[in-house]
Design a protein. Structure first.
Length: 186
């Protein structure tokens, strides 16, 4: 959970500003969207050894791998949310003298929030996968490492039990995000 939480936070911290930049700047969109799309072409299992070589072993490479996995759904959903805002609302706010920061805080963020939260929900569940894949390759003391040990020992019961725990963790994160989404609509 530590790697998952750290990676989700890192992915969120990069994805949201980048999505806003892409949504509001045509030059940035043209320059960055191909790289955002390409970020999904490389399998996580292939990236993990490179991250271990570049960042060493421990929490950091696994958290970065998690961040890479959560990044794409958050960027895409935030872009969808920002792109779905009615231009007439934005134009009316500009006529009323709303500055860029006020536009973001009072109009864009609240209107894009449902789509963005849906992407965060998807990203959080993927962060569990990132943590497991990272521990497969980099090592650690989490459930991914436990799966490696159980696989080596041909411990079928242990594998199923660990997979059940991982599934439960992902379902809990998904449910938590649903609660946050309901609260945000309130």
């Amino acid at each position: 959970m530590t790697e998952s939480a750290a990676g989700s936070g890192l992915g969120l911290a990069v994805a949201l500003p980048l999505a806003y930049l892409i949504a509001r700047n045509k030059v940035a969109a043209a320059a960055l969207q191909p790289y955002v799309a390409a970020s999904q072409a490389v399998p996580a299992v292939a990236l993990a050894p490179l991250l271990a070589l570049w960042l060493g072993y421990g929490l950091l490479p696994v958290a970065v791998l998690c961040a890479l996995l959560v990044f794409f759904p958050i960027v895409v959903s935030a872009l969808v949310g920002l792109g779905s805002i009615d231009p007439d609302i934005m134009n009316a706010a500009r006529v009323d003298g709303v500055n860029r920061l006020q536009m973001l805080r009072y109009i864009e963020w609240p209107l894009a929030l449902p789509a963005t939260l849906a992407g965060i929900r998807a990203g959080l569940t993927l962060s569990i996968t990132g943590a497991v894949v990272g521990e497969f390759v980099v090592g650690g003391d989490g459930l991914g490492q436990l799966l490696t040990i159980e696989r080596s020992a041909a411990d079928t019961v242990g594998l199923f039990a660990t997979l059940l725990v991982l599934t439960t963790l992902a379902a809990c994160l998904y449910g938590l995000m649903l609660l946050i989404e309901r609260w945000a609509r309130w």
